[in-house]
Design a binder for this molecule. Structure first.
Ligand code: PLP
Length: 477
């Protein structure tokens, strides 16, 4: 593509993106496609001869756009709602053009040092001490994998050379509401899934510190070595907050690595009123916070902070001759040493641009507004005789279900009714909600987190839920 064609297509794309970012409501949030539709609409083999960009873009609009789930839609309330904000999108455009590969300081001094600067800014905003060194990974799943690998190395450094053979049985602990990435990390690290002990939670879905204490004592007595505890601030289903201070005290006493998973809710440490929920997280060995969840940074970017990054380096660093550089001995940080990846994208650029463009004040205002909207929705649920709330709302996620006044069906029928309600509301294309299971009940979740979501969108979700439950309840009767 010659420079003048690039300019022409680039300008056209910027127009398209600008319209998309301002008006994604014109698309249904969930696409109306079936599995296989996209594959069937595209040729099975790559073209022998290059094609004009116009033709490629026409297929993008014809085949791919109708099959997109619009995470950048203000009616997206599923899982955790996110935003690719405009400054982040521009940063991704630049990062692709620059094609930085920041494995070594030498291969991109700018990307290497900007990562330090942007993570330092974020650390300051979160109120974490400077003793936490930061590194960017793609996702929280990978961050937690690195945390547990470091915990394994801290307890049993010989595993780097000899593997797990001859090691005592090992154990990792997390609440029954922790994210499944902890399970995957334990499996991948060769500990075996049974090495993960799910600690029971209280009736507000928080890990019970007393139960953790009992589990640690019981395992020690049985000759099992506790390796790490994962505490969560903002669990995936209900956004509950584990008692991090009490868990940290236990970990210190037991000499066990504490990893705090604050992938979703971590950013609210920026809100002065929310700081108490983070009490004790500064005692953790490692923490993960996902700017790609609730900090308006386009997917993917996960911030990993560690007070013992030297252990991460000992676990992962391996420098062959062809990657030796003189700067390493002069204090330069080579990012390839802090993880399994060699090559690394210039992700810091989008974090830096979003933090600068939105500003701490703008971020705090957006987070506070999302929390307000969730509380407002929770109030509507609480006041309605046909609905009930099924968990506290510490942040911006509401767990609830319909329970029509006078409903006399079984628990399974109530689950089925809520599943039907979810399908009906999502089929409108105006909003998208997801679900979970709590205390063996099918639960609807409304997660507020997109930058363009306003009270109008939340009210629309509520109106659709009300309208569809009225129709479904009538058909049951
Ligand atoms: N931790 C928590 C608490 C989560 O809710 C999630 C995803 O929702 C993850 C980790 C995994 O995030 P990622 O997609 O960045 O791996």
């Amino acid at each position: 593509m010659d420079p003048s064609s690039f300019r022409r297509h680039g300008y056209a794309l910027v127009e398209w993106i600008a319209e998309y970012l301002a008006g994604s409501e014109r698309y249904p949030v969930l696409p109306r496609v079936a599995p296989g539709d996209v594959r069937r609409a595209l040729p099975a083999t790559a073209p022998e001869r290059g094609e004009p960009f116009e033709a490629i873009f026409a297929d993008f609009e014809r085949v791919l756009v109708p099959a997109l789930t619009h995470w950048n839609h203000p009616g997206f309330f599923g899982y955790f709602a996110i935003t690719a904000s405009a400054p982040g999108v521009l940063a991704e455009f630049l990062a692709a053009a620059l094609n930085q590969q920041a494995m070594l300081w030498r291969t991109s001094p700018a990307a290497t040092e900007l990562e330090d600067v942007a993570l330092g800014w974020l650390r300051g905003l979160l109120g974490l001490p400077d003793s936490f060194e930061g590194v960017i990974y793609d996702t929280a799943s990978i961050a937690s994998l690195h945390a547990l690998a470091a915990a394994r190395h801290a307890a049993l450094p010989q595993t780097r050379e000899t593997g797990l053979a001859g090691c005592p049985p090992l154990r990792v602990y997390c609440s029954e509401h922790a994210h499944s990435s902890v399970d995957k990390a334990v499996i991948l690290l060769g500990l075996g899934h049974r090495a993960l002990r799910h600690v029971p939670a209280d009736d507000e879905f928080r890990m019970r510190a007393d139960a953790l204490g009992d589990a640690l004592a019981e395992d020690r007595a049985a000759g099992i070595t506790p390796l790490a505890v994962v505490a969560t601030i903002g669990t995936t289903s209900t956004t509950s907050v584990d008692p991090v201070r009490a868990v940290a005290d236990l970990c210190r006493r037991e000499g066990v690595w504490l990893h705090v998973d604050a992938a979703y809710a971590g950013v609210t440490a920026m809100l002065p009123g929310y700081r108490p929920r983070f009490d004790g997280w500064e005692q953790a060995d490692s923490i993960v916070v996902n700017p790609h969840k609730w900090l308006f940074v386009p997917f993917d970017l996960s911030a990993f902070y560690c007070r013992r990054m030297d252990v991460v380096r000992q676990a992962f660093s391996l420098v062959p001759e062809y990657l030796q550089t003189a700067e390493a001995s002069r204090g330069a940080r080579n990012l390839m040493d802090t993880g399994i990846q060699l090559g690394r994208r210039f992700r810091a650029l989008k974090l830096w641009m979003v933090l600068r463009h939105v500003g701490a004040e703008g971020i705090r205002a957006a987070l506070a507004e999302h929390i307000r909207l969730a509380q407002l929705f929770a109030g509507w649920v609480d006041a309605d005789p046909d609905f009930e709330r099924l968990a506290p709302v510490p942040f911006s996620v509401v767990c609830f279900r319909a329970r029509p006044h006078g409903f006399r069906g079984t628990a399974a029928e109530l689950d089925a009714l809520n599943a039907q309600l979810l399908d009906a509301v999502n089929a409108t294309g105006e909003v998208f909600l997801s679900h979970t299971r709590l205390n063996d009940r099918f639960v609807l979740r409304l997660a507020v987190g997109h930058l363009r979501t306003t009270e109008v969108h939340v009210a629309r979700a509520w109106a659709l839920l009300k309208r569809h439950i009225a129709q479904l309840a009538t058909s049951i009767r």
